[in-house]
Design a protein around this ligand. Structure first.
Ligand code: GUN
Length: 287
């Protein structure tokens, strides 16, 4: 392997330490409410990890577990209570929600000032127009990883593969805000390999196991792999064929241990960010 490995665990640990310092500077412990409907095992694991990580930086996390068959009206009422609760700085409703719930209605019910997922249309609009707001955790984690790895983003040709509302689209806005020259590619993009070969920063977030091959990579490029796919043999792989691409790239994130650990660290960052803003304290101007 010739590429420099971008260590997401170390970057997340450094970010958590900076969040802990910001929490310590607040006159109270920020509160994070995580709402989980039902008992999907993967969701339960995520929620447990969020709780543990929050406690470690001094954030008061509480999980509100509700039955899978909770009516939408009851869930909306619960969110209204959390919106009004002064001890709650951040609200996260774990997705996916059961099919009888309209996820859009739930996302829109969360107070934008407490929307630590950055999914509310007010925050989506702020990000799209380059104004300060709360930003989705995974794309924020990508930006934090690039900064940690000291990759120059301003002026760089960046290619975002994937146009999801949760990763691709917000990442395009963040890279643009950081002065990259941004291209977004997707399933209908023609000459995808050529687009990839132009990229100095390539972010793969299309959810296709090991689709990006070594001969698509510009020598020396930085590769950030957001994909997490489980193969039939149980192995976790990204959207990038890691071993062969690491022979061409200048820097690359592993899967697991790359973007993954950054997502929860950014949720903690968003929670302290929301707490500071609600108190009118100085905070980041953009993501
Ligand atoms: N489920 C999987 N990822 C996420 C996320 O980032 N936010 C929420 N709310 N639910 C998720």
């Amino acid at each position: 392997m010739t590429a420099r490995l971008i260590d997401g665990k170390a970057a997340a640990s450094a970010l958590r330490a900076s969040v802990a310092a910001r929490v310590a500077a607040l006159p109270y412990r920020p509160g994070l409410a995580v709402v989980l409907l039902g008992d999907d095992p993967a969701s339960m694991t995520y929620v447990r990890n969020k709780d543990k990580a929050a406690a470690e930086v001094g954030i008061d996390a509480s999980t509100i577990r509700l039955p899978a068959e909770t009516p939408q009206s009851a869930l909306l009422a619960r969110i209204k209570t959390l919106n009004a609760d002064p001890a709650v700085d951040g609200i996260l409703v774990q997705l996916p929600l059961p099919p009888h719930i309209d996820a859009t209605a739930i996302i829109e019910a969360v107070d934008p000032a407490k929307d630590v997922d950055g999914f509310h249309p007010v925050n989506v609009g702020r990000l799209a127009s380059g104004r300060p707001g709360l930003v989705p955790c995974t794309p924020l984690g990508v930006m934090r990883l690039l900064a940690y790895a000291k990759v120059t983003v301003a002026g760089a040709r960046a290619l975002v593969l994937g146009r999801s509302a949760v990763v691709g689209r917000p990442l395009v806005a963040l890279l643009l805000a950081a002065d990259a020259t941004v291209t977004v590619a997707h399933s209908r993009t023609r000459e995808l390999a050529e687009e990839c070969r132009r990229a100095e920063i390539l972010v793969a977030a299309m959810g296709r196991p090991e689709m990006i091959r070594a001969d698509w990579i510009r020598p020396g490029a930085t590769i950030i792999d957001v994909g997490i796919n489980r193969r039939s043999d149980g192995r976790l792989v990204g959207d990038v064929a890691f071993a062969e691409c690491a022979e061409v790239a200048g820097a690359i994130t592993p899967v697991p241990g790359g973007v993954g650990p950054m997502t929860i660290a950014c949720l903690l960052e968003n929670t302290v960010e929301a707490a500071e803003r609600r108190r009118g304290m100085a905070s980041r101007v953009t993501a």
